[in-house]
Design a protein around this ligand. Structure first.
Ligand code: GTP
Length: 570
């Protein structure tokens, strides 16, 4: 399956603008409001009702009301696209339930009708009694977690899952990817596809799928990979954005790195983009920022859901012509330049604090964005403990690069999402700095901005950054290294072989992830070396045969090496 951004953008028959191919419309002809916001397109004003959005409105609240009217008018003319979420395994079902909860309470709390309508239509369907049912399919190989998630949702009184939108069995996959992928997945394929088909048929327009799962267990990772493959087969023109939870480094599942490697390597072929949360990082956010003493999965999942909600709730983008963006997944893919070799997306949000502290805190856009920019370049996924020494290298200087702590995080593309008060006055120039990015895309195309004047999830102002960058390079490298060390002694391999996954399959997965690691490492390779055509690859410099390093037989002969720090030849 080819997944070029251009192809991805054309999925679902949507008119997503691929920003690398179609540049933004020139700014001439903007009205004064457009000049203030720097954001509206001409089209928005053409479609706006008389007086709707063409005057300067100083008062922020009036301005939002005014804008809502414009947006409302635009939305009356357009169908809202919906997203079908597929929750898999314990983690996927628990994270998914928190996500719907955050989205529903955020939408219900705001007094903005259009925002609420778009959000609800995107993630929920209304029953004939007017209740909200999540556009979700719940899959697990044991019933307990699904039952728990369903009753938690029903108890909220705000929303619930469809009575027949779930599939479960009696026994889990025993933390074995092969059991999930080769046995449970194929065995229950028809039942799962039927549930998905019914959910898709409830959508007026399908924006795509979000399978939610962990990579470390057996059901989420194995069945989740199989189901993603089915989605790709049955809905070839729909977007698939996988949300993955990565295990704690010192995790509770002994074979978690095997499961993770197999999941990631397969999803890299199937998915349009892979959005990752690392349990270690989210745990730190809970303890250091939210000051939670006894951290539970529920606390962790609320943070994940908050960050995901910050990405998926309605916003205005440059391509959305003044209306809330209709195609959240397609536009996200387009904004982040997702490419067959660059599909790993990380996300961070600012501010995050104990809910009891929010009413007593004030936030300013310059401070929030200054912190967020430093979090990006120093690869610190939470505010607090940011390394302020890290700064972009001068464009011309040779650079030495490593994956070590404190090194600069180079981005391929970033999506900055701002929500809340005074959002149009926020100065985002720091994210347009070309030094942050590889030189492959012009900086104005490497950064996308989505904004919404509606505050999100109780924060008066908040910023979320989704980044296609080297942010996940180190944890991915660690995961592959640990799995490789275990594989080298053939530990536990027989558990996988007995379900039909061979050593050759493992080697294929290692090979493909080595390629991903190599590709992300090379975001940093100095232009000089690239232009000399020097074959650099991760771990081993292999004469002029770059491919050899990724060849599985070579992998067999040469154990993995630590990352080599490359210096520019002077
Ligand atoms: N963030 C988060 N991580 C979870 C949660 N539940 C489990 N995990 C993580 O997920 C991994 C285990 O995967 P599970 O989802 O429990 O397993 P499963 O997919 O149900 O697979 P089987 O148990 O083999 O049937 C471990 O890394 C856990 O740390 C959760 O609710 N939230």
């Amino acid at each position: 399956m080819s997944n070029t951004p251009a192809m991805a953008a054309s999925r679902s028959g949507c008119c997503v603008t691929d920003r690398r191919y179609n540049r933004r419309p020139p700014p001439h002809g903007r009205t004064r409001t457009a000049a203030i916001t720097g954001y509206y397109t001409e089209q928005a004003h053409c479609d706006a009702p008389q007086g709707g959005g063409n005057e300067i409105v100083d008062n922020q609240s009036d301005w939002i009301d005014n804008q809502e009217r414009v947006i409302d008018a635009l939305h009356k003319k357009a169908l809202i696209m919906s997203v079908v979420t597929v929750q898999l395994g314990q983690c996927g079902n628990q994270v998914g339930q928190e996500l719907f909860d955050v989205i529903c309470s955020d939408a219900r709390d705001v007094h903005r009708k259009t925002y609420r309508t778009v959000s609800c239509e995107r993630f929920f369907r209304q029953t004939t009694q007017g209740d909200l049912e999540a556009r979700a399919v719940l899959i697990d190989m044991e019933p307990k977690v699904i039952n728990h998630s369903m009753s938690k949702a029903a108890k909220s009184g705000r929303w619930r899952y469809g009575e027949t939108s779930h599939f479960s069995q009696k026994q889990g996959s025993g933390n074995n990817w092969a059991n999930g992928y080769c046995v449970h997945g194929p065995r229950h394929r028809d039942a799962v596809e039927e549930l998905v088909r019914r959910e898709v048929e409830h959508c007026d327009m399908l924006a795509g799928f979000i399978p939610v799962m962990s990579v470390a267990g057996g059901t989420g990772s194995g069945v989740g990979t199989f189901v993603t493959q089915c989605l790709r087969d049955v809905y070839p023109s729909s977007f698939v954005l996988n949300h993955l939870t990565w295990p704690y480094g010192t995790g509770e599942v002994i074979v978690q790195n095997y499961n993770s490697v197999l999941t990631l390597a397969h999803l890299y072929q199937l998915s349009d983009a892979i959005l990752v949360h690392e349990n270690d990082i989210v745990h730190k956010i809970c303890s250091q920022l939210l000051k939670i003493k006894q951290i539970s999965f529920s606390d962790i999942n609320r943070v994940i859901a908050h960050q995901l909600g910050g990405v998926l709730q309605p916003t205005l983008s440059t391509a959305s012509c003044g209306a809330y963006s209709r195609h959240p997944i397609g536009e996200l893919m387009s904004a982040l330049a997702c490419h067959p070799e660059y599909k790993l997306l990380s996300v961070c949000t600012i501010p995050q604090m104990a809910s009891s502290s929010i009413p007593f805190s004030t936030f300013s856009w310059p401070a929030l964005l200054k912190h967020l920019r430093q979090m990006l370049i120093a690869n610190s996924k939470m505010e607090g403990g940011i390394d302020w020494q890290v700064c972009p290298p001068p464009a011309s200087a040779g650079r030495s690069r490593s994956l070590s702590a404190g090194s600069f995080n180079t981005s391929l593309a970033n999506l900055l999402i701002l929500r809340g008060k005074d959002v149009y006055s926020a100065e985002t120039g720091g994210f347009e700095d070309s030094a942050i990015y590889t030189s492959w895309l012009p900086p104005d195309e490497a950064l996308s901005l989505w904004k919404s004047p509606v505050p999100f999830n109780k924060y008066e102002k908040s910023a979320t950054l989704v980044s296609n960058s080297q942010a996940l390079l180190r944890p991915l490298d660690d995961m592959v290294r640990k799995a490789w060390n275990m594989f080298a002694s053939r530990a536990y391999i027989h558990q996988y072989v007995k379900f039909g996954i061979s050593e050759e399959d493992f080697l294929d997965s290692f090979t493909s992830l080595e390629q991903v690691i190599s590709s992300y490492s090379e975001l940093q390779v100095p232009q000089l070396l690239q232009s000399l055509g020097v074959a650099l690859s991760r771990g081993v410099y292999d004469g002029d045969d770059k491919v050899a390093n990724h060849d599985k037989h070579h992998l067999l002969k040469h154990p993995r090496q630590p990352v080599v720090i490359l210096e520019d030849p002077k």
